[in-house]
Design a binder for this molecule. Structure first.
Ligand code: 13P
Length: 232
């Protein structure tokens, strides 16, 4: 089975650059690759060979939610994949667990594919594995872990954008624990790069990777897709 390779552009790149990116990716992707991209809103569109998802959406059909994008707009763009619970939204934008669960439940009723992110900060991690497990389980509160279109992403905050991924042992330990709570596929994210991707993807409980900075360069991202392909 192919491992999932997902790129989260966050608030990077421009519409022009992303259009070029899509074109190059389209020409390089193979039928069995499982590739997802989460660009900023202005680059949301339908794609044939890879999936495009939104980094965020407001749980409503439409309405007075300045700065947000809602279901009606996503449907019009043929987007039915959504990232929920990313640590940057939880910490920088103040999204609490209740709101993440509200979003999850709204988009679940719309049959969206939901990439749901969880991950502990350094302070929690330093309190030990039991605390980490408790913290992660709390981030699943209100989430239907049996939802068939759920993909979980474990992204320890201390590994995001730091250039220092969690160790293979740390990743496997958490993923094995999460598999006891949730039958979904689980991606790892946090400083995944070309030089650590293969060994991370080889871990038994890792079903793919959610890649931030290393996805921004199209040729680097294609190399990562190729590495994942070699494992399938
Ligand atoms: P980096 O790969 O830049 O560490 O980001 C990971 C991430 O947050 C993906 O959602």
């Amino acid at each position: 089975m192919s491992k999932i390779i997902a790129g989260n552009f966050k608030s990077n790149l421009t519409r022009t650059k992303i259009q070029e990116y899509y074109q190059i990716l389209d020409s390089k992707i193979m039928p069995n690759d499982e590739v997802f991209l989460f660009p900023p809103f202005f680059a949301l569109q339908q794609s044939q060979k890879f999936q495009i998802g939104a980094q965020n959406a407001y749980p409503a059909n439409n309405g007075a939610f300045t700065g947000e994008i809602t279901l009606e707009a996503l449907k019009d763009l043929n987007i039915n994949t959504l990232l929920i619970g990313h640590s940057e939204r939880r910490t920088l934008l103040g999204e609490n667990q209740e709101f993440c669960a509200q979003k999850f439940n709204f988009f679940k009723t719309q049959d969206f594919s939901i990439f749901y992110c969880i991950g502990e900060n350094l302070e929690v991690r330093q309190k030990g594995f039991e605390m980490t497990k408790k913290f992660l389980a709390a981030q699943l509160q209100g989430i239907d872990t049996n939802y068939p279109n759920l993909i979980l992403a474990y992204e320890p905050i201390w590994a995001i954008g730091t250039g220092k991924s969690a160790s293979l042992e740390e990743i496997e330990e958490v993923h094995a624990f999460l598999k006891t709570l949730c039958p979904a596929k689980i991606l790892y994210g946090g400083s995944v790069q070309k030089n650590n991707l293969t060994e991370i993807l080889k871990l038994p409980n890792v079903d793919g990777a959610l890649i931030g900075s290393a996805s921004l360069d199209i040729y680097n991202f294609i190399d990562m897709i190729t590495l994942a392909r070699e494992l399938s």
